[in-house]
Design a protein around this ligand. Structure first.
Ligand code: YH5
Length: 362
């Protein structure tokens, strides 16, 4: 069943200093130092979708009709401060640094040297400002082939163990396989990150719940091998919302509380360029799911499509632009390859957003 009503906070502005509280206006966004001045009201009735912008205020409250309950639930979800994630405050954007342990990355994956250089790389990312280190041993790039579970374990576990011994940064495991999740948790991982939102492996929901760890639920359409051949949506932005809402429900039913969940619209996963940019332009909608939002656009193909940059390593400027656009929409976590550059960009963005009262030392 599709939802009938969606609310997207728009007109997002920096919350002024506390002593000016009476004059704030707008409503708080997910407990961040951001507020929103209006909502886009999206009404979906089958294939018919209508959109209007409604300023907050009395008329706004009186106008919901049959949608009153759905609207108040969404407003509540949008505004509530988010729970800490493995001890990490999400009241401002945090950086997740990517550590690939696959043969197509900086190391070959699986041997001693690969593990060592992946650990060194992770330590550098943590020093550069990554609050979370995301370790992946299965290439889920478009067109990639599947990796046997033993091979994936051989690649990622030594890296998790090595990092656990040497950093306090949170460690997430990027995997779709229940067995890898369980092994990673035992090796000291703090977060599970599944690009299939715990749908790929029939045991994933149960095993994830058993670990007790927080879970990142990403939207994808189809499997990595074929997902970008012919993606189909009624409305990509709303279909992704509905999918993530269902996966949150499935997690809660399996015993993973909402306070341990993060959602991610899955840039590049079963999406063509127009799908990706539609999602990026509407990111703040996903705050209505009531959990932190993660954005992963770093070096992805959409940057090439938008700006003609065939070499992924040349896509850092576009990646920074996407990260900042996410921050401006209240995204809590950005998943990136280029941690130092992202940190610099976010620091300058924050100063521009908040001005002189902002601590600039981070
Ligand atoms: C994500 O978005 N992505 S693996 C193609 C590229 C560059 C990077 C050069 N795991 C995500 O990073 N987990 C991956 O073109 C993820 N969100 C979450 N939560 C793909 C990847 C990439 C693919």
């Amino acid at each position: 069943m599709q939802r009938a009503l969606y609310l997207r906070p728009v007109g997002i502005f920096p919350a002024p200093l506390e002593e000016q509280e009476e004059t704030w206006g707008g409503l708080p966004l997910a407990g961040q130092r951001l507020r929103y001045a209006a909502v886009e009201v999206i009404d979906r009735d089958g294939a018919r979708i209508t959109r209007r912008i409604a300023a907050l205020g009395d008329a706004f409250e009186r106008d919901w009709g049959r949608h009153t309950l759905a609207a108040s639930e969404l407003m509540e979800a949008i505004g509530a401060p988010r729970a800490r994630l493995g001890g990490l405050d999400l009241d401002e954007p945090r950086i997740m640094g990517i550590i690939n342990v696959t043969p197509d990355s900086f190391s070959d994956g699986g041997d001693y040297d690969s593990a060592r250089s992946a650990v060194e790389h992770g330590l550098r990312l943590a020093e550069e400002g990554a609050a979370i280190l995301d370790i992946g041993g299965e290439s889920t790039r478009p067109g990639a082939e599947t990796v046997p579970v033993e091979e994936e374990i051989r690649r990622v576990i030594p890296v998790i163990e090595g990092l656990r011994a040497r950093t306090d940064a949170l460690i997430s495991i990027d995997t779709r396989k229940a067995e890898v999740m369980a092994r990673a948790a035992a090796a000291g991982a703090d977060i599970l990150n599944d690009v299939s939102a715990l749908t790929h492996d029939p045991r994933a929901l149960e095993v994830a719940a058993e670990t007790g760890l927080p879970v990142i639920l990403m939207h994808a359409q189809g499997d990595p091998e074929t997902m970008n051949d012919n993606p189909q949506y009624e409305d990509v932005v709303l279909d992704v919302f509905d999918f993530l809402a269902k996966r949150i429900e499935a997690c809660e039913a399996a015993g993973i509380p909402r306070s341990k969940l993060v959602v991610d619209p899955g840039i590049g996963f079963g999406k063509h360029l127009h799908h990706n940019v539609a999602v990026l332009a509407a990111l703040s909608l996903y705050h209505g799911l009531g959990v932190p939002v993660l954005l992963g656009a770093s070096r992805k193909k959409l940057i090439d499509h938008i700006s003609d940059v065939p070499n992924p390593k040349d896509r850092v400027p576009g990646s920074l632009a996407a990260a900042l656009a996410g921050a401006a929409q209240g995204v809590q976590i950005v998943r990136v390859h280029d941690v130092a550059a992202t940190r610099q960009a976010l620091s300058v963005w924050r100063a521009c957003m908040y001005g002189t009262d902002q601590i600039l030392t981070r």
